[in-house]
Design a protein around this ligand. Structure first.
Ligand code: FAD
Ligand code: DHB
Length: 387
């Protein structure tokens, strides 16, 4: 079997790449380890930057997102007994975010690929990459797929990055001493906008998916176990951390899904080796506080699509050679923003009273200075793609 681009992983990165390449007349095959049901149900990100929304709309896969997604023009930072709104419409006019579940993006992309006769294979076993320096190929489940290039879009735990010979990649990492416990609940959101809450007991986030479904996250210790968190304990903790301003009460409901996510920053450089190009979580991870992971995957895929289009048009390799450098600028900006949001809002065990005072002082600055709030807002809605 032969294709132009062999894509490993049917997450947002792999599926969007396959779709954008199809629009440029470039063939691809997507190989996914999990079932279609599994990837369509996996609850993860929810915040789409302006540029991500624009990309999906331009690519013709934004129709349901525009209909069902929730446009947001601000977020709230809640701490010290008060809420402080960061108004995007004032600070970054014309730019906003859309709250739309990652699995809905994945569903829309799978539907678009299948409708166009795309080759997306689920539940493939034993994916392995070969001959990355020239004439690369992928083997899986007893089959062989020859390709001009391979796109490693298989997430942080995939096989693409480890297929790069030892000594080639430089890895930069930061582990945080806490995790996020996330839940999806059948209950109307208690707030119209996202609430990022900093308390002495730790961070909490109130997000949502629809008028009847809410999403919440709690900072928990890195070694927290799901079985220790009963529904009652989760709601009690969310109440304690969110009901900190007068008149706010948290509505509770049935918990439909729950999970614990470790917090980590990670970048592997360069994001390419021979004929293999890494995109999305396969190359980098951010702590979720800045809501950047999915958006970075989309940004990588945009760059890779342009580079592959130039290559398949006339054999030029300039853009492909510069792929990693072109992506890493944005990746590192997002790493910094995600680290910054994380340190601003979480409690660190090692923090002494002096460190806590500094954190609160910084929060006061961010919520009272227009310049500081603009820094938060323009990073949160996403820097334009042409930077
Ligand atoms: P993935 O979505 O991980 O997709 C990789 C795919 O490859 C998977 O389907 C996997 O099954 C498949 N795969 C793995 N190994 C193999 C193999 N050996 N063979 C074949 N296939 C394989 N980001 C945001 O932008 N905004 C947010 O609000 C946000 N919130 C988040 C909240 C949580 C709780 C979590 C966990 C993440 C969040 N993120 C957020 C991050 C975001 O979900 C990821 O950055 C995003 O999924 C990256 O997409 P991807 O396609 O690169 O990787
Ligand atoms: C969501 C996830 C995030 O990581 C974030 O910063 C904001 C919202 C969400 O899943 O809705």
């Amino acid at each position: 079997m032969r294709t132009q681009v062999g894509i490993i992983g049917a997450g947002p990165a792999g599926l969007l790449l396959s779709h954008l390449l199809h629009l440029r007349g470039i063939s691809s095959v997507v190989l996914e380890k999990r079932s279609r049901e599994y990837v369509e149900r996996r609850v993860r990100a929810g915040v789409l930057e302006q540029g991500t929304v624009d990309t999906l709309v331009e690519a013709g896969v934004g129709e349901r997102m525009l209909r069902e997604g929730l446009p947001h023009h601000g977020i709230e930072l809640r701490y010290g007994g008060a809420g402080h709104r960061i108004p995007f419409e004032k600070l970054v006019p014309g730019r906003s975010i859309t709250v739309y579940g990652q699995q809905e993006v994945v569903k829309d992309l799978i539907a678009a690929r299948l409708a166009a006769g795309g080759d997306v294979r689920f539940e493939v076993e034993d994916v392995a990459l070969h001959s990355l320096e020239s004439q690369p190929y992928i083997t899986f489940g007893g089959e062989r797929l020859d390709c001009d290039v391979i796109a490693g879009c298989d997430g942080f735990h995939g096989v693409s990055r480890p297929a790069i010979p030892e000594g080639v990649l430089s890895v930069f990492e930061r582990d945080y001493p806490f995790a996020w416990l996330g839940i999806l609940a059948r209950v109307a959101p208690s707030s119209e906008e996202l609430i990022y809450a900093r308390t002495e007991r730790g961070f909490a986030l109130h997000s949502m998916r629809s008028p009847t479904v809410s999403r919440f996250y709690l900072q928990v210790p890195a070694d927290a176990r799901l079985e220790d968190w009963t529904d009652e304990r989760i709601w009690a903790e969310l109440r304690t951390r969110l009901e900190t301003v007068p008149g706010f009460t948290l509505a509770t409901g049935e918990i439909m899904e729950r999970g614990i996510t470790p917090m980590r920053g990670f970048v592997a450089e360069p994001m390419q080796y021979g004929r293999l190009y890494l995109a999305g979580d396969a190359a980098h991870i951010v702590p979720p506080t800045g809501a950047k992971g999915l958006n970075l995957a989309v940004a990588d895929v945009r760059v890779l699509t342009e580079a592959l289009a130039a290559y398949f048009a006339d054999g030029s390799t300039g853009l492909l050679d510069g792929y990693s450098d072109a992506c890493l600028k944005r990746v590192w900006r997002a790493q910094h923003f995600s680290w910054w949001m994380t340190t601003l809002l979480h409690t660190f065990e090692e923090d002494d009273p002096y460190a806590r005072k500094l954190q609160l002082s910084y929060l006061d600055y961010v919520t009272s200075s227009e310049a500081a709030a603009t820094t938060l807002a323009e990073n949160y809605v996403g820097l334009p793609f042409d930077r």
